[in-house]
Write a protein that binds this ligand. Structure first.
Ligand SMILES: [Zn+2]
Length: 75
């Protein structure tokens, strides 16, 4: 599996290949740029949501008036 990591020292972003066992063992990942092991895995946003539903516009909530929720105003 390939994982995207970001170095917290030099902000470099790089891809590492780790086996599942290596990942579960918490094997330190060295930055490919500066060699630091202070790296963080980047969580991919690609698998969140998905589908075309996310592109639909949200319904605009009814505006509330001065004295409470919409409809309760007697103006
Ligand atoms: Zn680095």
């Amino acid at each position: 599996m390939f994982y995207d990591y970001r170095c917290t020292k030099c902000e470099d972003i790089f891809e590492v290949r780790l086996s599942l066992a290596e990942k579960e063992n918490g094997k330190p990942v060295e930055c490919s740029n500066c060699g630091s092991v202070e790296t963080r895995q980047m969580i991919s946003a690609l698998n969140i949501g998905g589908g075309s539903a996310a592109s639909q516009p949200e319904k605009v909530p009814a505006p509330s008036c001065c004295c409470g929720p919409a409809g309760s105003c007697s103006i």
